[in-house]
Write a protein of this length. Sequence first.
Length: 156
Amino acid sequence: MRRLLLPAAAVALLVAAAVLAVLALAPRSGATAAERVQALAGEMRCPDCQALSVAESRTQAALAIRAEIERQVAAGRTDDQVRDDFVASYGEWILLAPSEPLVWVLPAIALLAGVALLTAWFGVGRRGIPGSPAAPPQVGEADRRRIHEELEALDG
């Protein structure tokens, strides 16, 4: 049973990573132009406030970026084309979230790997491997005789 612990943890880790990758890479459903503009504005960083998205900020720069997003969406450009245009103008900094979905999946994979390693480590400690602190030393009859002889020699 315990021999299956590490392979089962590895399989669970791979399944979880696959599910997260599918979720991160899944295409979005069709949205209206206004929803697309709002979503894209929520992904862009306001150049003036920097801690807020363009959707949340009311500065002139944020209003100009929102107007440009609306213009590009109305012109029939895809979300990726709009994002790429702003990244070309402002750099990757303009995006509030990393554009690579793998950046979001890696911490989850690292967390699951850590849980699997801890599970395996605690499982090994309970098995009682000779020489580990969890396993009591094995004392045979020969060891008992030698201890008895040494104690008598010390007393003598």
